[in-house]
Design a protein. Structure first.
Length: 215
């Protein structure tokens, strides 16, 4: 992470396009039927525990079983593969895109993910912090934990087997945590963002700058 981060360039990019584009793919093979049209507004899950599903996006039928897939975020349907409506699709085929307006907190997190050293999930699995790291986090917080290459930082739980995961990135403190212990994370999803101790003032400068300049 360089000291000469181009603040104006990064913030300018978010100001010109303050959205996240969320692609939705077929959850499995089957016949798809859209429940939305382009430019429709959709809502994400609601309720105290996010137990109320978001807007229905599409139905997919496989072996006479119909499943409705709901939106995980709020926004506008910016892209829709209309030609696939009523057709058979393969698992993973892109069906639509939701343009999600970013909040200030999400913009700060997005910028931080660009400048922190991210450690990503090596496989789709459930992750837990190693016991000694978890105890440090509980007693003093994640930003008190210094890690270096070779440290055991996670336990990866996959197919009822637990495997230690060792850190391979830059030495530094755990600045951001992107998962909840026991949560299933996709391969390549960021688990933590690490910051070298001497870069902490730079990170704080980014946060302060966004808070001051963003409406």
């Amino acid at each position: 992470m360089s000291q000469d981060i181009h603040f104006d360039e990064i913030i300018g990019r978010y100001k010109s396009d303050p959205y996240e584009y969320v692609d939705m793919h077929a959850i499995h093979a089957g016949i798809v039927r859209f429940l939305v049209s382009k430019n429709d507004e959709v809502e994400g899950p609601s309720g105290e525990w996010k137990h109320i599903p978001g807007s229905g996006l599409y139905e997919i039928v496989r072996e006479r079983n119909t499943k409705v897939v709901s939106s995980k975020t709020n926004g506008t349907i910016s892209e829709l593969q209309k030609g696939l409506n009523g057709k058979f699709v393969e698992s993973g085929e892109k069906l639509l895109t939701i343009r999600h307006p970013l909040k200030k907190k999400e913009i700060i997190e997005g910028i931080l993910q660009e400048v922190l050293s991210l450690f990503e999930a090596p496989e789709r699995a459930k992750y837990y912090f190693a016991m000694d790291i978890q105890s440090q986090i509980e007693s003093k917080g994640a930003r008190s934990v210094f890690i270096k290459p070779g440290d055991e930082i996670f336990t990866m739980s996959l197919m009822k087997r637990d495997t230690p995961v060792y850190y391979t990135g830059e030495p530094g403190i755990i600045h951001s945590v992107y998962f909840k212990p026991g949560e299933s994370m996709d391969q390549g999803a960021p688990l933590i963002g690490v910051c070298a101790k001497d870069k902490l003032p730079l990170i704080q400068k980014i946060i302060t700058r966004v808070k001051a300049e963003w409406e």
